[in-house]
Unconditional design. Structure first.
Length: 355
C-alpha cells in the first residue's frame, strides 16, 4: 500500500477530532478553538457550525443519515449539530471533566464517550479512583444515557466491535476493558487485561505516569483489537517513549502481535485505523525522534509496508468506505498566543491510496 498526498488544507486551529462522509466528498473537524468545521475536500474550505464548545472540541461523529453530527469537548458537553443549517439541535452534559474520545456504534444508534482526570492516588502517583463513570454510552436519537462503566482514569480511547455488541476502552495505565452491551448497563467487563508496554513512571524532572492507549480499533472480523500509544520512557516530560502498537485476541486477553523492534521511533501514537480490506492498518501520531509519524502495516505479519513524515502532529485518520482515500487531521502548533486569536495551525490532508 502506498499513500500519495492530494490535498493539504489549513484549518483555523489545531484539529483533534475527525468525521468524514463515506464517499470522501466532505469532512468535519473538531478543533482547539472549540468549533466544529465542515470541510469541502475538493477546495479545502472550512466553515464552522453555529455553536462552539467553551473549550477544545475533542471529537465528532457523523450519524449514518448524514444529517446530524455529534461533537464532544473538554467542557464535558455533547452537542448535536444539524449538518445542513449548522444549528445546534441538542446539548447534553456528558461528563464533569474532559471528553477524551467519542465512538459511534456501527448502526449509529449509540455514542460512547470517555473521560477521567489524572489525580495522584498514592505515594507513587498511581491514578486516584474515578469521580464519575469513565465510560458512558448515550442514545444518539434522544441524548439519554444508556450505560455507564467504571474504569481507571484517565480513559483516552474507546471503540465498538463491528457487530456493535461490545465496547472496548483503554487508559493511561495500559489497561483495556471490554463490555458486553447486551448485558446490564452497569455490568462488569467481559474481558480485561493490562499491557505495561503502554505506560511508564518517570524518575527524571517529574514523578508521574505517562503514555497510555490513545487509539483502539477492532479488526473488521471482530476477532482482534488493535491498541496504539506510547511505550516506556525514562523522562515522561520529554514524551520520547516508543511509538507502539499491539494486536490482541480480546476474548482471551492474549497478545497476538506487536510493532517490530527497529521499525519505530519515539513519540506518541494517537490513532489507529483499519483499511476496509482488513489486510492493512495505519498508525499515526506525533514524533520525538524517528523517520515517520504515520505508517501502514500488514495485518498478516505486522510488517511495515509504507511510511511518511507529515512534519506535523496527526490526531485522527479515516479511510473512505471504498478504501481509495485516507483523510487525516492534525496540527503544526499548539496553545493560544497572547493576542487571543488562534493561528491557522490546524491541518487536514487527503491521501490517495494505492494497494
Amino acid at each position: 500500500m502506498k499513500l500519495t498526498l492530494d490535498l493539504d488544507a489549513k484549518l483555523p486551529s489545531g484539529a483533534l477530532g475527525l468525521a468524514i462522509v463515506p464517499d470522501g466528498s466532505a469532512a468535519f473537524a473538531a478543533c482547539a478553538d472549540g468549533a466544529v468545521y465542515f470541510v469541502d475536500l475538493e477546495t479545502g474550505e472550512a466553515d464552522p457550525f453555529a455553536e462552539k464548545h467553551s473549550a477544545f472540541a475533542s471529537g465528532c461523529v457523523l450519524l449514518p443519515d448524514g444529517q446530524t453530527l455529534i461533537s464532544g469537548g473538554f467542557d464535558g458537553m455533547l452537542l448535536w449539530h444539524d449538518v445542513e443549517s449548522g444549528r445546534c439541535l441538542r446539548r447534553v452534559a456528558g461528563h464533569k471533566f474532559w471528553n477524551w474520545q467519542l465512538a459511534l456504534s456501527p448502526d449509529g444508534k449509540r455514542l460512547a464517550t470517555t473521560t477521567g482526570q489524572y489525580l495522584p492516588g498514592g505515594w507513587k502517583y498511581e491514578p486516584a479512583p474515578e469521580t464519575e463513570p469513565s465510560v458512558k454510552v448515550f442514545d444518539t436519537s434522544t441524548g439519554n444515557r444508556l450505560s455507564a462503566f467504571s474504569h481507571t482514569p484517565p480513559v483516552m480511547s474507546c471503540a465498538f466491535s463491528p457487530d456493535g455488541q461490545h465496547l472496548a476502552a483503554g487508559n493511561l495505565m495500559g489497561e483495556v476493558r471490554v463490555w458486553d452491551l447486551q448485558a446490564k448497563p452497569d455490568s462488569k467487563p467481559l474481558a480485561q487485561w493490562t499491557s505495561t508496554d503502554f505506560t511508564s513512571w518517570g524518575t527524571i524532572k517529574s514523578h508521574h505516569y505517562c503514555g497510555g492507549i490513545y487509539g483502539l480499533a477492532f479488526a473488521p472480523d471482530g476477532k482482534s483489537l488493535l491498541c496504539c500509544g506510547m511505550g516506556p520512557m525514562t523522562d515522561p516530560m520529554a514524551g520520547n517513549g516508543k511509538m507502539t502498537w499491539q494486536r490482541w485476541d480480546w476474548q482471551k486477553g492474549a497478545k497476538l502481535d506487536q510493532i517490530r523492534e527497529g521499525q519505530q521511533g519515539s513519540g506518541l501514537m494517537e490513532t489507529v485505523t483499519w483499511h476496509p480490506d482488513g489486510k492493512h492498518f495505519i498508525m499515526a501520531g506525533r514524533q520525538a525522534q524517528g523517520t515517520w509519524n504515520a505508517a501502514v502495516f500488514a495485518a498478516s505479519d505486522g510488517e511495515l509496508v509504507h511510511s511518511l513524515d507529515t512534519k506535523k502532529r496527526i490526531t485522527q485518520t479515516r479511510f473512505t468506505s471504498d478504501g481509495k482515500w485516507l483523510i487525516l487531521t492534525g496540527a503544526t502548533g499548539q496553545g493560544q498566543p497572547k493576542s487571543g486569536k488562534w493561528p491557522p495551525w490546524g491541518r487536514l490532508q487527503v491521501y490517495r491510496v494505492a494497494v
